[in-house]
Design a protein around this ligand. Structure first.
Ligand SMILES: [Zn+2]
Ligand SMILES: [Zn+2]
Ligand SMILES: [Zn+2]
Ligand SMILES: [Zn+2]
Ligand SMILES: [Zn+2]
Ligand SMILES: [Zn+2]
Length: 285
């Protein structure tokens, strides 16, 4: 990372590279500016705690790989921060550098919760919002409830009901489904985000860039966990739906002498999730 503000660092803390913990610096090193979004355009190189700059060269001229805002941050010797953070700094208030967090900065550009995650060496993930029952009840009365996952205010119809009493779940239907899916594979949102960055945002088999929208399929070893879910340890990688449905299942069912496809053999022999786990174990994240 760029910038040059020396900060005191305690040796006990797992925080590396200025205010980045190993998890965040891992994200930084996996995401390269060359075609990061898979759209054939150059993107601003600035990245940090759970954020990357999404400005592309098409709309924002890049200087030494950085958009103007980030280039100026670097020239002024500041630590790079998301563009909206830079704006809020100009307004006098500082918000957590984890994208979408919005809480006030407590230490090292992070809110208390994210700083705790950082110090523990965990991949940064959205914090659970605390909200009182009264606030939740008022939302239900108004018929618009803020989802604890995506943070969007959505009408009651977009929540499934918790029980016969008719109270909505605190997570909207898509967020609830995603939580159930991650639970099925026993992986955390943070791990999946790191894995996607580790795979450069691409399918681990065919390397097609992830287009957004539908999340990539989580592939696991059916020899370990034959059902639809996983024990967590046998998750192999993130693959596109096409490779998952029409590639891997078919290939793995072939007799061994017919399995002669290098691309798939390499993936199966040394899947990205395994490499990422090894690397995380090395860095103590
Ligand atoms: Zn960190
Ligand atoms: Zn930028
Ligand atoms: Zn935060
Ligand atoms: Zn949601
Ligand atoms: Zn694929
Ligand atoms: Zn398993």
């Amino acid at each position: 990372m760029l910038g040059s503000s020396p900060r005191p660092r305690t040796d006990q803390s797992p925080v590396r590279e200025r205010y980045m913990c190993s998890a965040a610096s891992l994200i930084g090193s996996y995401v390269s500016w060359t075609d990061r979004a898979g759209d054939g355009m150059r993107h601003c190189e600035a990245s940090g705690h759970g954020w990357t700059c999404d400005r592309s060269s098409e709309r924002f001229p890049l200087t030494r790989g950085l958009c103007k805002t980030h280039y100026m941050q670097q020239r002024r010797g500041r630590e790079l921060a998301p563009v909206d953070l830079a704006r809020s700094v100009a307004d006098g208030g500082r918000v957590c550098a984890f994208s979408g967090c919005g809480r006030a900065v407590s230490a090292r550009e992070l809110c208390t919760g994210h700083y705790q995650q950082c110090v523990k060496g965990q991949p940064l993930s959205p914090l659970r919002k605390k909200r009182g029952n009264g606030v939740f009840r008022k939302m239900i009365e108004r018929g618009i409830v803020e989802c604890l996952g995506c943070g969007e205010a959505k009408p009651l119809a977009e929540y499934s009901l918790l029980n016969a009493s008719g109270a909505p779940r605190p997570y909207c239907k898509p967020c609830n489904a995603e939580r159930a899916r991650l639970g099925h594979y026993k992986v955390t949102r943070g791990f999946v985000d790191l894995l996607l960055a580790f795979q450069q945002g691409r399918c681990a088999v065919c390397a097609r860039p992830h287009a957004g929208g539908r999340a990539m399929d989580i592939d696991h070893d059916h020899a370990c966990c034959p059902g639809p879910g996983s024990c967590g340890a046998c998750v192999r990688g993130l693959v596109c739906n096409n490779c998952n449905l029409h590639g891997l299942g078919w290939y793995e069912a072939l007799p061994p002498e017919l399995r002669t496809f290098d691309l798939l053999d390499e993936y199966l022999a040394d899947p990205p999730a395994k490499r990422l786990r090894a690397e995380l174990a090395l860095t103590g994240a």
